[in-house]
Write a protein that binds this ligand. Structure first.
Ligand code: C2E
Ligand code: MG
Ligand code: MG
Length: 703
């Protein structure tokens, strides 16, 4: 559509006729003002504008048309007189696109119009795409990810500010340089040109390098840019610095696979590693060793010293264990006080045993926690691949079972798994189940084992030993069930019952004329650490009327060593009541006599393992001699446990041991059987004889 503006009606119609004939649509205006309003209303593709117009001249009309949005690129063809050069200047200033002089040649007019229309369209397209380009550049400039355009030779045509900043450059520094300057040397693979045509989107993680030389992980996405024929003209690469993401991934991995308290691998990671180790070992026909480690008495630490203390101990233990590991070993924490070690370079049992021994010896030094020295120990169960199991689950089970057995054998032991262990675990579970029933059915009773004075050969008291005559299992000894009562908490009620029954028995003997038979009652560590333990003992003493001096409580040294402060008060309270105290199984724990001197101990009982070795092992003899000597200098009496023959008896008498107990002297027995000794005159007569002679002539007792 062409807008024809002329005040001369004749001219307007002439133009109209020519243009219509050439196939254009036309509109007309007779003055400048109506030219502007017609233009806005009709938005023609070209304006044919006369200069001399009424109301508003052609220059002004042109200026106003140009000022409208639609008129920015619309060609305006001015119609001028012949020699009006200065007018032409003004017309161009006003925004005219071209001019044509009167008189107008109609054919020329049509060509001129056609040419201007085509040029106008191009101009408009160009301007529009320039605008779009500007907008795109703005957008890319403010993108937070790096963008680089490179040509087919790999030279940078454009990098946005983010790209420059990520890599530590200024934008101006980058133009014309090789795009591969961003990549770490080993990642600068030359990109074969033929491949440019094949790639669509190429996504990858890589390592880039900053101007400073610092390396950092990136996520790169490259796209080939193609021309209208489909040929590659360059590459656009988007680059994201993924340092944060990588760190988060690492943290998440660490959280998922490590124990937060100690930083050691957790169960999940351990299982992975064990699986790998087993797979590798099966290919190479090698062994894998799984060690299950559980701290002894950790629960007591935790309960009495608080969880914070317990946590610190676990961290210390973890650190000490980790220090002893080899690169190829895995140390993990399963939770609680359970740790696991996987050894991949073991050749057999000896090798595994050496490793276990090494781990145990890590506990020989005390741990220092909150400025205090703490002794801890561990029990270890060992399972070997392929000997004990072929998959991780059965290996775990075997090592766990073996650990359980090590625990039952006392502290600081390691045990290999064996098939019989499973049976004994089953038995333990069955026993645990019938324990309560046993209590209800009154299946528990007491035996008494005489304690003898080695100088006078007089029976000076008895040790009270608990027995369980189970309807399901027959006679069961305390070594099998005491730990169960401790685990189930039944020990508290049971312990009180034993104490009360023993005191009542002492009363019965007294009533029968045998006063002052010393009753030695075993007390579990669990009982002793109960805050109301002294009060309970006081109540039983009061209610049964036993002479406090005739009551002796036996407990092991480990209880004292673990919680010295707490136990000290308890022992003092008991001592104040007039009750006697003795250390049982002395020599099996970690205490020294020097430590014990701070506690009000009357007697120590040397463990029967030393007595057993006495006549054949020089070390045992030396230890027993030293213990007797030191105990005497600390005003403590010494009793030797487990005398099984006359050689031991003689030796101990020579060493100056005060008292003795053992199968050779008398078996543990029921109260009625003991009445034979108590009731007879034998004890009195015996006191007159030399000790060895007396024992050789002692009455044959039950058992
Ligand atoms: P213990 O206090 O060291 O008791 C001595 C143990 O040695 C008893 O075993 C006794 O039968 C055994 N024995 C005595 N003479 C000999 C000997 O010549 N050779 C050998 N091989 N053994 C001898 P028992 O009765 O099986 O008790 C084992 C442990 O169970 C006791 O060791 C004690 O720690 C604990 N125990 C027993 N009764 C009770 C109880 O009422 N309460 C608590 N908490 N523990 C108890
Ligand atoms: Mg005892
Ligand atoms: Mg003992």
């Amino acid at each position: 559509m062409i807008l024809i503006v002329d005040d001369d009606r004749f001219m307007r119609e002439a133009f109209q006729e020519v243009l219509r004939e050439a196939g254009f649509i036309t509109a007309m205006a007779a003055d400048g003002a109506s030219a502007v309003s017609s233009f806005t209303a009709l938005q023609p593709d070209l304006v044919l504008l006369d200069l001399n117009l009424p109301v508003m001249d052609g220059f002004e009309a042109c200026r106003q048309i140009r000022a409208t949005v639609a008129g920015k690129y619309t060609p305006v063809l001015m119609v001028t007189g012949m020699d009006e050069t200065d007018l032409i200047h003004r017309a161009f200033d006003a925004g005219a696109t071209d001019f044509i002089a009167k008189p107008v040649n109609p054919e020329l007019l049509v060509y001129r119009v056609r040419h201007l229309l085509r040029a106008g369209r191009n101009m408009k397209d160009l301007a529009e795409s320039e605008d779009r380009l500007r907008m795109l550049k703005e957008a890319v400039d403010c993108l937070p990810i790096g963008i680089t355009l490179s040509d087919v030779d790999g030279r940078i045509v454009y990098s946005n500010p983010a790209e420059a900043e990520i890599h530590g450059y200024r934008v101006e520094e980058l133009f014309g340089r090789e795009a591969r300057l961003f990549a770490r040397h080993d990642r600068r693979k030359p990109f074969p040109p033929e491949q440019l045509d094949n790639i669509g989107v190429w996504k990858r993680e890589s390592v880039n390098i900053r101007k400073s030389g610092e390396e950092f992980p990136v996520q790169l996405t490259s796209i080939a840019v193609r021309n209208a024929d489909g040929g590659c003209i360059g590459i656009v690469t988007a680059c994201e610095d993924i340092t944060g993401r990588k760190e988060a991934e690492k943290r998440i991995y660490h959280l998922a696979y490590n124990d937060p308290l100690t930083g050691l691998p957790n169960r999940g990671l351990l299982l992975n590693r064990l699986q790998q180790a087993v797979a590798l070992a099966s290919r190479e026909e090698r062994k894998v060793c799984l060690l299950f480690l559980d701290l002894d008495n950790f629960k007591d630490f935790n309960d009495t010293q608080g969880h914070d203390f317990g946590d610190k101990l676990l961290r210390e233990v973890a650190g000490r264990l980790a220090a002893g590991m080899r690169e190829s070993d895995t140390l993990a924490r399963l939770g609680g006080d359970e740790f696991v070690v996987v050894l991949t370079s073991v050749t057999g049992q000896e090798c595994a045993a050496a490793a276990a021994q090494r781990i145990l010896s890590a506990f020989s030094r005390p741990f220092v926690i909150d400025g205090r020295q703490i002794y801890s120990s561990a029990s270890i169960g060992i399972a070997l691949y392929p000997d004990d199991g072929l998959d991780t689950e059965s290996l775990f089970k075997c090592a766990d079972t073996a650990m359980y057995h090590a625990k039952n054998e006392g502290r600081s032991h390691y045990r290999f798994f064996s098939a019989e262990m499973n049976q004994s675990i089953m038995r333990r579970m069955a026993l645990e189940n019938s324990l309560r029933q046993g209590l209800e059915r009154h299946e528990f009773f007491l035996h008494y084992q005489p304690l003898w004075d080695l100088k006078t050969a007089a029976m000076v008291g008895v040790e009270v030993l608990l027995r369980w005559q189970s309807a399901d299992f027959g006679l069961i000894l305390p070594s099998e069930f005491i730990a169960l009562t401790e685990d189930t908490g039944l020990i508290y009620g049971m312990g009180e019952w034993v104490l009360r029954a023993a005191c009542i028995q002492a009363g019965n003997w007294a009533a029968a004329g045998r006063r002052g038979v010393k009753m030695a009652v075993n007390i579990s560590g669990k009982q002793l650490t109960q805050p109301d333990f002294p009060a309970m003992v006081a109540r039983v003493v009061r209610e049964t009327g036993i002479e406090p001096g005739a009551l002796e409580l036996e407990f092991t040294e480990s209880v004292i060593m673990e919680q010295p402060d707490k136990i000290s008060d308890t022992l003092r309270a008991l001592k104040k009541m007039g009750i006697r105290l003795s250390i049982d199984d002395f020599g099996t724990g970690y205490s020294s006599l020097n430590c014990l001197k701070h506690f009000p101990i009357d007697r120590i009982k040397i463990d029967r393992s030393f007595v057993a070795g006495l006549c054949r092992d020089n070390d045992d003899a030396a230890i027993v001699r030293a213990v007797i000597c030191m105990a005497h200098s600390l005003n403590m009496k010494v009793l030797a446990e487990g005398i099984e023959n006359s050689d031991q008896l003689h030796f101990l008498t020579e060493l100056g041991c005060d008292e003795a107990q053992g199968f050779y002297l008398a078996m543990p027995m029921a109260a009625e059987d003991l009445a034979v000794i108590l009731g007879g005159t034998h004890g009195k007569e015996a006191a007159m004889l030399p000790v060895t002679e007396w024992f050789d002539n002692r009455p044959v007792l039950a058992g």
